[in-house]
Ligand binder design. Structure first.
Ligand code: F6P
Length: 323
């Protein structure tokens, strides 16, 4: 294998660049060239790509986003599109592919291996932390820290005015960002899609803490909650309590920005391990984190599960510590 391809796919995540850099530089050390497909599977299909050498990936480890672009690419669900993409990949001498993304991207990667025998490796890259088989995904730590920064700032206003704040964080159908942000941000409450019927409990809890004289109340709401995000929950809870409240939707602010040390580190390890394993003849794995170590996890296992189990113990902890 003298030439490998890499692409970043789905929502961009801080640390994707660190993963690309590590993969390219590990390839260089092994005398292997690396091609970067532009805008995820779209570039893989169209053949739009750039040569990535050590200098091309200089000065990117600290940058959010992804220098090779990303996209969601529904046409890749079509097997004929996949076949054409593999033909053009082989015509250019590319012998294997590294995919940085979430579980949807890994399904696409696995199809390439199963249908056409393309050696593939996955590196997690999503702020949602919703990939089975890894304790954390590249981008998650940065997103939580960004949300925390916002909450610390909003708390100043909540404490000064007594207003309640409903802060909406991303995560699609996963409450991972919300749960971690709530505990680390000292939130008064948290609402996530994985736990049902918590609104009544939340109202009781907030009523109690208002009566006990607490002034600042931050409620973290996962965007995927069935009550309708922070606007929905704010309306239900704020009105029921008759308490002044405001809604803050953090949105894509959580996706960008300098990756934390943690995301740079796990992305760097994953980039290096993915390329080394491909060059050792392995295929069909993702580099995940388990019990503090970077490990190879079979992609078949990853895509067979929708989501990792939610860390609902954090919900109980946030409630216990809400004061
Ligand atoms: O998957 C990452 C994510 O940021 C989710 O948290 C969010 O629901 C979604 O992407 C937003 O997607 P888009 O950028 O396409 O609006």
């Amino acid at each position: 294998m003298k030439r490998l391809g890499i692409l970043t796919s789905g929502g961009d995540a801080p640390g994707m660049n660190a993963a690309v850099r590590a993969a390219v530089r590990t390839a260089t050390v092994n005398n292997v060239e690396m091609v970067g497909y532009l805008d995820g599977f779209s570039g893989f299909v169209s053949g739009e790509s750039i040569e990535l050498d050590d200098r091309a990936v200089g000065n990117i480890i600290q940058r959010g986003g992804t220098i090779i672009g990303t996209s969601r690419c529904p046409e890749f669900l079509d097997p004929n599109v996949r076949r054409a993409a593999v033909e053009q990949m082989r015509a250019r001498g590319v012998g294997g592919l590294v995919v940085v993304g979430g579980d949807g991207s890994f399904r696409g990667a696995l199809a390439l291996q199963d249908e056409f025998g393309v050696p593939v490796a996955g590196i997690t890259g999503t702020i949602d932390n919703d990939v089975y088989g890894t304790d954390e995904t590249v981008g998650f730590d940065t997103a939580v820290n960004t949300a925390l920064l916002a909450i610390d700032q909003v708390r100043d206003t909540s404490e000064s005015t007594g207003m309640m704040f409903f802060v909406e964080v991303m995560g699609r159908t996963s409450g991972a960002i919300a749960l971690h942000t709530a505990v680390a941000g000292g939130a008064a409450g948290v609402v996530v899609p994985e736990a049902h019927a918590e609104i009544e409990d939340l109202i009781d809890q907030l009523r109690g803490s208002i009566e006990r004289g607490k002034r600042s109340h931050i409620v973290v709401v996962a965007e995927g909650d069935e009550a309708g995000g922070a606007f929905g929950v704010g309306e239900l809870v704020g009105k029921e309590l008759g308490h002044p409240y405001r809604v803050v939707v953090l949105g894509h602010i959580q996706r960008g920005g300098r990756p934390t040390m943690r995301d740079r580190l796990i992305a760097s390890e994953a980039g290096a391990m993915a390329v080394e394993a491909l060059l050792a003849g392995k295929s069909g794995f993702m580099i995940g984190r388990q019990l503090g170590k970077s490990v190879e996890v079979p992609l078949k296992e990853v895509v067979a599960h929708q989501h990792p189990p939610p860390a609902l113990e954090l919900l109980a902890l946030a409630q216990k510590l809400s004061g």
